[in-house]
Design a binder for this molecule. Sequence first.
Ligand code: HEC
Length: 142
Amino acid sequence: MHTRFPGFQGLTSPVTELAFPLAFLFFFSCTRKTSPVIPETCSTRVDFQQCVQPIFNAHCVGCHGNNGGLSLRSGEALQNLVGIPSRCDPGMLRVRPGDPEQSLLYLKITDAPGKCGSRMPPTGSALTDQEITLIQNWIQSL
Ligand code: HEC
């Protein structure tokens, strides 16, 4: 009497009933937290699309997507960051070209004292040193 998936009648033991949701959860919990693979060339030349956007895709767009706030999605992140005043600290730019220390984006990913609001990402682990250095180099190169 435990035929919850009528299409899988031969398979409905408690084990197989759990296997599908578990595999699903496992897949997502892994892919969501994995750092992106950064191309080798990023250590010499930080191309925004190749080197920085994948970091946003992996760690930021879940919140900074299509909800009316700061969008960090591909094709939108750059124009929403560079030279744009911050919402939570209007005296500061999100990204000040050439100056990571005066860029709210950088202060937030390094959890610097004096930033407004929370560290980014606010939940889960911080960006790796490699990811932070890439973003720092990118801002410096602007
Ligand atoms: C869990 C949801 C969440 C995630 C994930 C997240 N953010 Fe945020 N972010 C927020 C919220 C909420 C705010 C507004 C409050 C604040 O500034 O602390 C914010 C604010 C910001 C701001 C300031 C915008 C402004 O104009 O003041 C920046 C920059 C930022 N996030 C960058 C990032 C980056 C880069 C990542 C990925 C490394 C990231 N965030 C991941 C929720 C998130």
